[in-house]
Design a protein around this ligand. Structure first.
Ligand SMILES: Nc1ncnc2c1ncn2[C@@H]1O[C@H](COP(=O)(O)OP(=O)(O)OP(=O)(O)O)[C@@H](O)[C@H]1O
Length: 257
């Protein structure tokens, strides 16, 4: 009986994936920042417009101080000084933010963090237990689930942020520099998970400095410099904009900057 239910569920999930991919050109996040900043400088970033569509992985790139974090903070609604419009338009209008620096509670175990996230997301108990098991296995933290993350290594703590982000299967992921601190196997697990989520129909915005990985995995790019949008589009678009056909992203990037 349970098996039949599971098979039916898998079938529904497959149909859902096909439908999601059919809807592939639908924007799940629209960013229109006229200007945003901080006390003392309210226009650190200006005129930044782009979209993230279903199934897309958009790389948010730019040198130190270009405005990537300020753009992410604007999207998350964390800035007082913000003019523009941010709209989420997926099925559930849900998003997960995976920060660069782990944010964890000292007094909660890994499992309690997951229970807490599930309660906030109002996840069905059965769905939560299934996803939690799968994610703990995927990121090889099953044996650690009743331990305190405050005693974990930096990379293990970062994996917890990934697990908490993936638990809710949102329409949009906003990921801030995920590659620093994760070991190569964890990076591969993370990229596989992102791939699965894209196939499901999620859109992903990911800021990073790791250009060769970005070039390999991103479907399009948003390039910032000095708080302005310098280029936006696929690798082909960026190559055209930089006048360097066939050049790697790294060269286009430097030419445009
Ligand atoms: N809390 C803050 N208060 C005032 N200015 C800030 C604050 N955070 C960032 N800035 C300024 O905003 C500008 C853009 O910084 P931001 O952190 O968005 O860049 P970034 O592209 O994320 O850089 P990095 O790659 O170094 O993380 C910088 O000039 C920075 O000094």
């Amino acid at each position: 009986m349970l098996e039949k239910k599971h098979r039916e569920k898998k079938h529904t999930e497959k149909k859902q994936t096909a439908k999601n991919l059919e809807d592939g050109d639908q924007a799940v996040l629209k960013v229109n920042i006229e200007q945003a900043g901080y006390d003392g400088q309210s226009d650190v970033i200006k005129q930044i417009q782009f979209e993230v569509r279903r199934g897309e992985l958009v790389g948010l790139l730019g040198p130190n101080g270009a405005g990537k974090s300020t753009t992410i903070k604007s999207i998350l609604g964390l800035l007082k000084d913000f003019k523009g419009e941010i709209s989420f338009s997926g099925e559930r209008k849900s998003y997960a933010y995976i920060p660069e620096q782990p944010i964890l509670y000292d007094e909660l175990t890994l499992w309690e963090h997951m229970e807490f996230a599930a309660a906030v997301y109002e996840l069905d108990r059965e769905v939560f237990l299934e996803r939690a098991e799968e994610l703990l296995q995927r990121f090889r933290l099953l044996d650690e689930k009743h331990n305190m993350p405050s005693n974990f290594s930096k990379g293990m703590q970062q994996k917890i942020m990934l697990i908490l982000g993936f638990l809710n299967k949102p329409d949009v992921y906003i990921v801030d520099e995920p590659f620093i601190g994760l070991d190569p196997k964890a990076i591969k697990d993370f990229l596989n998970m992102l791939d699965d989520e894209r196939k499901r129909g999620a859109g992903i915005l990911m800021s990073t400095h790791v250009l060769d990985t970005a070039e390999r995995i991103c479907t399009s790019f948003v390039l910032l410099s000095g708080g302005r949008l310098v280029a936006n589009g696929t690798l082909l678009d960026i190559q055209k904009q930089s006048g360097l056909p066939d050049a790697p992203l790294f060269d286009c990037f430097h030419s445009l900057l």
